[in-house]
Design a protein around this ligand. Structure first.
Ligand SMILES: NC(=O)c1ccc[n+]([C@@H]2O[C@H](COP(=O)([O-])OP(=O)(O)OC[C@H]3O[C@@H](n4cnc5c(N)ncnc54)[C@H](OP(=O)(O)O)[C@@H]3O)[C@@H](O)[C@H]2O)c1
Length: 324
């Protein structure tokens, strides 16, 4: 008899309630457990016998916090075909409009954070940094060792995450806003019990909304100063380039379109050719030409030193905030 039929028969003939049926998890039984739930609406408890990776097609991911970052990542996972939307869940806190937002692309919206955790193999904490401790401690009893935990909260260390959850299979990720358009730059650092396979899984999940890098946690303030705050610096640069275009006689719309596409094109050249940006700059500056005249003005205005100072100032501020 197939295992599902077997348990179905036991639960039908046995005097104990179905919640007393226990299955020991291996990759196979974990999948069967899901079938039980669907077929019998019964509770079958799950005891991990060993740490294992669940195949991607059965993986479930839950977000604690139904905000902008959770939405970006969930949308990316669905749009890239990595996970079907019904394998993703979240719960709405107080802003009820978030319910519709997540349901509009097929994500399960449960009525509590507890349910999200119960249904998820990977739990991503995506609440504001000041709420993380409360959210984790309230869920602590549900955070069983078979679950991989992830936090995207800025400035919250792995040490605190592990202490609050009593769980050291934790991964800290620092994403950035372009994740919303599938071009995020995320950095991750692994907690003490997170395996290389766990890291590879999280890289795959966040890879659906951009690029994932790995770094020691002590670099996270610098990461915040560069990729975390960096989009704002580039927004300023695009606005300023467009203003320059307008000053030189272009209509505003054309100037803005050219400025943003130029930044996108230049960034893509750096990442696709693998050439050093200095080499690419040299390639486009002909002797006595227009571009070197512009570059000369940027150097007179300390363009590069100003950008370097901006990254260092933001990194310092991140350090201050995480210590306060
Ligand atoms: N956005 C970014 O670009 C970015 C970049 C890097 C890192 N992050 C990190 O990502 C995290 C989320 O940021 P966000 O921009 O997505 O913020 P957000 O849009 O404000 O989302 C936070 C969500 O958490 C919900 N929430 C509050 N208390 C909760 C609780 N106890 N249980 C469950 N949900 C609760 C809020 O719901 P209500 O509004 O209904 O209260 C809100 O939907 C932050 O820690 C931030 O540091 C964000």
């Amino acid at each position: 008899m197939d295992p599902l039929g077997f348990v179905s028969e036991i639960s039908g003939n046995w005097s104990k309630p179905p919640s007393h049926i226990v299955t020991f998890a291996s990759e196979e039984t974990k999948l069967i457990q899901r079938s039980f739930k669907e077929a019998m609406t019964t509770q079958v408890r799950y005891f991990p016998m060993e740490k294992h990776q669940i195949p991607m097609e059965y993986l479930t991911v839950g977000f604690i916090g139904a905000g902008k970052m959770a939405e970006s990542i969930a949308r990316g996972m669905v749009a890239s075909g990595l996970l079907p939307p019904h394998h993703i869940s979240t719960a709405v806190h107080s802003n009820l409009s978030r319910h519709e937002v997540f349901q509009s692309f097929g994500v399960n919206v449960f009525s509590s954070n507890e349910e999200v955790v119960e249904e998820s193999d990977v739990v991503i904490f995506s609440v504001k940094p000041q709420v993380v401790k409360k959210a984790i401690t309230e869920l602590r009893s549900k955070l069983t060792k078979d679950k991989l935990l992830v936090s995207v909260a800025a400035g919250i260390t792995l040490k605190d995450l592990q202490e609050w959850s009593g769980h050291d299979r934790f991964i800290r990720v620092m994403p950035n806003t372009p994740a919303a358009v599938g071009e995020g730059a995320s950095v991750m650092s692994l907690g003490t019990a997170a395996s290389e396979e766990d890291g590879a899984l999280v890289a795959k999940l966040f890879g659906s909304v951009g690029k994932m890098f790995k770094a020691d946690e002590k670099m996270f303030d610098a990461v915040t100063g560069l990729s975390g705050s960096g989009p704002a610096y580039v927004f300023l640069a695009i606005e300023a380039l467009a203003d320059g275009g307008v000053a030189a006689g272009l209509p505003r719309e054309l100037a803005l379109g050219l400025a943003s596409q130029t930044v996108l094109g230049a960034a893509t050249m750096v990442s696709k050719t693998g050439k050093h940006p200095g080499v690419l700059k040299d390639d486009v500056t002909s002797p006595g030409g227009t571009t070197i005249a512009g570059v000369h003005e940027l150097e007179k205005g300390s363009f590069r030193a100003t950008l370097m100072n901006a990254v260092v100032a933001a990194a310092n501020r991140s350090r201050e905030l995480s210590q306060s």
